[in-house]
Design a protein around this ligand. Structure first.
Ligand SMILES: [Zn+2]
Length: 365
């Protein structure tokens, strides 16, 4: 199979995506058009040049340049129409990528500059998700998408955003997340938020183990009672690998995460850009998967990393020796880790994912 044939084949596999930022996945063309609407100046006017700029800036190794990329996407997502369009297109792009279930995360507090209320931003995104889902179904691509409402760690509006998420649990919001500067803004900054979420039986994922190490992961799983970990790649710091014998010895925290099968939302291409992993071949995802952690595969920021689920999967097959069984494993793990109820997860696995994998049984990648 040629690389092109392989990619076309992988594109048709059913996929589950749990970690994808709405403000990190805009189409370059949409960004250009929305920026023109509001008079926002972009670093490039041509969509292709703009896509290059985003990838280069995210690649630069400079956190300042990386954060600047979100300044541009967030600047154009300040009206209900813009939020609705971006959400609608995200759903369509994911459906075209073979995604059958996704959670889109974003921070409502960053979209209030033109007068929207927090509640209005959630409703606008939900309207876009529903439009995109209906359009995708018309194209023969069934997809289900939930919102993950994120609080920015440095902004100290965690409680307000958690209440927003819980208030919209019957209106499309499936979970709560914190994102932004991991180092220096740990879950213990606002312990009352985690108590509030637990009292409301509300699902939580926490970015941890990306920019900070095991202490951050420990707080996320114990104090934050995180149902999943955003990234979690630095959990390998609590595992001693012996290259000679090929053995791995887990520390207490690594055991805890594996014993409880806390899902890890790993994002290989994004992690290459931030320097968390030196290469796809050496990315933590393969070692953690081999050690039987609950590993899921994700895109993080499709625009900044110029990626898709198909692209992430293709690179793992090409560069890290993954097989179609490995791709099925992470997809099924992600489905069982989705913030939907148990019976819905079972239906996603049994009625959607497995039949499509069985159709291609015998296919060799
Ligand atoms: Zn993320």
């Amino acid at each position: 199979m040629t690389p092109t044939e392989l990619e076309a084949h992988i594109a048709e596999l059913p996929k589950v995506l749990l970690h994808d930022h709405l403000d990190g996945g805009l189409r370059p063309q949409t960004l250009v058009e929305l920026a023109a609407d509001v008079g926002h100046t972009l670093p490039a006017e041509d969509p292709e040049a703009l896509a290059d700029w985003f990838e280069e800036s995210a690649d630069s190794g400079s956190l300042v340049r990386y954060l600047e990329t979100f300044e541009h996407t967030i600047a154009v997502m300040q009206t209900a129409d813009a939020l609705r369009r971006v959400a609608r297109e995200a759903v369509l792009d994911l459906a075209a990528d073979g995604v059958v279930y996704a959670e889109q995360r974003w921070a409502p507090e960053q979209h209030l500059r033109r007068g929207l209320t927090l509640q209005q931003t959630v409703e606008a995104v939900q309207a876009g998700i529903e439009e995109g889902t209906a359009l995708a179904a018309e194209q023969g691509r069934d997809i289900r998408v939930g919102q993950l409402v994120t609080a920015m760690r440095h902004a100290d509006r965690w409680q307000e955003i958690a209440e927003l998420a819980v208030a919209n649990r019957e209106a499309g919001v499936v979970g709560f997340d914190i994102a932004g500067a991991e180092d220096g803004f740990p879950p213990s900054r606002h312990p009352e938020v985690w108590r509030y979420l637990a009292e409301n039986d509300f699902p939580t994922t926490i970015h941890a183990g990306e920019a900070a190490g095991t202490d951050s992961i420990r707080e996320a799983v114990h104090l934050g009672q995180a149902d999943r970990l955003g990234h979690g790649a630095r959990l390998v710091e609590d595992i001693a690998f012996d290259a000679g014998s090929g053995t791995a010895t887990l520390g207490r925290l690594a055991h805890w995460v594996r014993d409880h099968q806390i899902p890890l939302e790993l994002c290989p291409c994004s992690n290459l850009q931030t320097g968390l992993a030196p290469s796809i071949r050496e990315h933590q995802i393969t070692r953690l998967k081999e050690l039987d952690f609950a590993v899921t595969l994700n895109t993080d920021n499709r625009l900044m990393s110029r990626t898709s689920m198909t692209h992430e999967m293709t690179r793992l097959v090409h560069e890290a020796g993954w097989t179609v069984d490995d791709l099925a494993d992470v997809t099924i793990t992600a489905a069982w880790s989705a913030f939907i109820h148990h019976d819905e997860r079972r239906s996603l696995v049994d009625d959607v994912i497995l039949p499509r994998y069985q159709q291609i049984e015998g296919a060799r990648l």
